[in-house]
Design a protein around this ligand. Structure first.
Ligand code: NDP
Length: 372
């Protein structure tokens, strides 16, 4: 038997209130279509916390599969596992392979799991660290997919009935939450694909800390970094005019991670016919849109949800992940800063809960990742 531990919740609420650490034993005889895996790394993403809170767009089923006293779910949608054993010798997966979830909300916050082979995607681990692989499938994929769908390559997009980013002569996009995992990925893909970015970050405690974050994003390939206080002030209009050479290079795409006033200002910064894609609502504030932007500037407001897109294009997802891991391996795509949370047999429940609860906190130094 393999001794395993999993974080579980049986009702929605704050992670620090509802998460429990459950210990169970996994039988060595596993179904032929399944594999026993052990976790290597599992990120703590905002969506995981929203799922535990019960505010996310999809809910996890509560089951008694791992012997919890009440029907429960294991949170965590992203991570990398190592295959320990397979239910059938003819399985395509082999002992030692690294796999990532092929479906969302698989439950990665656990030391071991028995999962269906069809629920997993084998990845080439050559030259990669567990954290790099664990972090590939949510944030970079979101940025990749949004920029590919609403960014350049006009011909393909027109054929798909999408709006290309070909407004004016510029290939600018603008985003808030620019230091988020998605934001950092968008900056880097933008640089690789010839797009220029304007990046909004929230002011830090001190000017030095703000400047250090600016420099970090510039080093990733950001063209312009502005603080939110400046972005929401009157001066922004003049600076924007300078950046866009008085509107000659319009901004064709906006990526909204935040909502609230920041999103309104983002929308106001866009050029005629531009698209604003909302993918996150970190400020938990609704978006007010001046109607003139819809009527006179014909700006399109759309949303993006990776889970939906993944279901609709399984093959496309595989290619995308291969492509991104290739860039990581080649040193062309840099990891987000991470805050590693060591999870070994003796790690206490309170420490794991606390780490989960921290995942939605602002002004973090890095993304929380359970490392096993
Ligand atoms: P990260 O944990 O990497 O970063 C969080 C970001 O949110 C930081 O930029 C942080 O800025 C900012 N932030 C935190 N609190 C607030 C606040 N109160 N007001 C404004 N900004 C805030 O996040 P991810 O990149 O993983 O996710 C970012 C968003 O994108 C989330 O809302 C997530 O759910 C969403 N997302 C959506 C997907 C989709 O398919 N639609 C897929 C992936 C992510 P600071 O450092 O200043 O605190």
């Amino acid at each position: 038997y393999t001794q395993a531990k999993a974080l579980v919740y049986s009702k929605n609420g704050e992670p620090s209130d509802v998460l429990k650490l459950h210990t169970h034993a996994i039988s060595p005889s596993i179904p032929s279509s399944s594999v026993l895996v052990r976790s290597l790394a599992a990120p703590i993403n905002p969506a995981d916390i929203n799922t535990i809170q019960g505010t996310y767009g999809s809910k996890q089923p509560l089951t008694s599969l791992i012997g919890t006293s009440e029907p429960s779910a294991v949170p965590g949608t992203e991570g990398v596992f190592e295959v320990v054993s397979t239910g059938s010798p003819s399985s395509e997966l082999k002992k030692g392979d690294w796999v990532i979830p092929a479906v969302s909300q698989i439950g990665t916050w656990r030391t071991h799991a028995v999962l269906g082979a069809h629920e997993l995607l084998n990845v080439d681990k050559e030259g990669l660290t567990p954290t790099q692989v664990a972090l590939v499938s949510v944030n970079p994929c979101t940025a990749y997919r949004i920029l590919r769908s609403y960014g350049p390559s006009a011909g393909i997009k027109a054929a798909l009935g999408m709006r290309p980013l070909d407004v004016g002569s510029g290939q600018w996009f603008i985003q808030n939450g620019a230091n988020s995992g998605v934001g950092r990925a968008a900056i880097q893909f933008g640089r690789l694909w010839g797009l220029r970015s304007i990046n909004v970050i929230r002011d830090r405690d001190t000017p030095e800390a703000t400047d250090a974050l600016k420099q970090e994003l510039l080093a990733l390939g950001a063209d312009v970094v502005v603080t939110e206080s400046h972005f929401l002030s009157r001066e922004w209009k003049d600076q924007l005019a300078e950046i866009t050479r008085n509107g000659r290079e319009q901004i064709g795409l906006g990526l909204n991670c935040v909502g609230g006033k920041s999103a309104t200002s983002l929308a106001r910064s866009l050029g005629e016919g531009a698209t604003m894609v909302s993918y996150g609502g970190m400020a938990k504030q609704p978006v007010a849109l001046p109607l003139g932007l819809l009527i006179f500037k014909d700006i399109r407001f759309v949303g993006f949800w990776l889970s939906k897109w993944n279901q609709q294009d399984v093959t496309g997802r595989k290619h995308m992940i291969g492509d991104i891991l290739g860039l990581v391996r080649a040193g062309q795509f840099r990891d987000v800063p991470v805050d590693e949370v060591k999870w070994d047999w003796d790690t206490e429940e309170a420490a794991l809960r606390g780490a989960a609860q921290n995942g939605l906190k602002g002004f973090r130094q890095g993304k929380g990742v359970f490392v096993f």
